[in-house]
Design a protein around this ligand. Structure first.
Ligand SMILES: [Ca+2]
Ligand SMILES: [Ca+2]
Length: 294
């Protein structure tokens, strides 16, 4: 019926440590992303899925056109240096390899009078920029890994002549941060509870108890909600993701197709740009987590 949401400093620290270990094991640091060697060295970075709403338009960022350069923390910008001076008119492609093709996007950073912007590939290489700063590839994930989608995204970057003759290829590897389930042992920041005719008295009784515990009660109510669609833990699964530096609160969208799922999705994306939702395929069953989440 209710769900507690919170993330203690200790758990954030633990999450950062875990992600930090991943980064140390297989990822470059931001300052080492520059690849000036000209060799086909593999690069890797950690992506937090870009399913939040940094521009507040109510649409997860990965489902819309890319935001202004620098406005979206979940869009990694990775420099790639061609191994030689490129001929006039050279093009660059950036393609997401399977099985992530439909679940990630790659863009090319281009200059414009209004400042840099990210455009879909292919694009003509800006040779002066490329000599100074390389070609910058924007990469974002649109979902977490799944049983048929390992947590590594491969981006194939190809430089070619204007006529399409390949000149040089590079691969970029990006790790996708895992979804980490929140624990019911975390101190609660707020408690979500569904209020219908069936739960009115329960919600009334709960409110002072939640306040005494130092948390806030968030009542989910809507006239269109069926009286017995009251189990919030079936409608949303809460957790977080981290790249070792940042922690993003994540709420997975319920997959029952019930009214409460959709209502929670709309409410959460309005509530906060750091609390995000995305419909999930029925590969996990939130109901099975009930006993763990409370
Ligand atoms: Ca974002
Ligand atoms: Ca958005």
């Amino acid at each position: 019926m209710g769900k507690t949401i919170g993330l203690s400093g200790r758990r954030i620290f633990a999450a950062i440590c875990i992600a930090g270990m991943i980064a140390a094991a297989g990822c470059t640091t931001p300052s080492s992303r520059e690849d000036r060697t000209g060799q086909d060295r593999l690069q890797a970075d950690i992506l937090i899925p870009n399913i939040d709403d940094d521009n507040g338009d109510g649409i997860p960022d990965a489902d819309a056109a890319p935001l202004a350069v620098g406005a979206d923390n979940e869009m990694l910008q990775i420099q790639v240096f061609p191994d030689r001076t490129l001929p006039r008119g050279a093009m660059v492609r950036a393609e997401i390899a399977e099985p992530w093709t439909r679940f990630a996007r790659a863009f090319i950073r281009m200059t414009s009078p209004d400042g840099p912007r990210l455009v879909p590939p292919p694009a003509e290489v800006e040779r002066t920029e490329a000599r100074k700063r390389g070609v910058v590839i924007g990469v974002e994930a649109a979902d977490f890994a799944a049983s048929d989608r390992p947590p590594t995204i491969e981006v194939n970057v190809t430089f070619e002549t204007r006529e399409g003759r390949p000149l040089h290829e590079k691969k970029i590897l990006c790790s996708v941060a895992p979804f980490l389930l929140s624990s019911c042992l975390d101190p609660a920041e707020y408690v979500q509870v569904v209020k219908t005719k069936a739960t009115e008295q329960f919600v009334r009784n709960l409110e002072p108890l939640v306040e005494t515990a130092g948390a806030r009660l968030e009542i989910v109510a809507n006239a269109s909600l069926p009286e017995h669609d009251i189990w919030i833990q079936d409608a949303v699964e809460i957790g977080y993701a981290t790249d070792g530096e940042r922690v993003m609160h994540v709420a997975l969208h319920g997959n029952r197709g019930r009214e409460l799922d959709a209502m929670k999705a709309a409410a959460e994306i309005r509530l906060s740009s750091s609390l995000v939702l995305r419909p999930r395929r029925r590969e996990t069953n939130f109901s099975e987590d009930m006993n763990r989440d409370g």
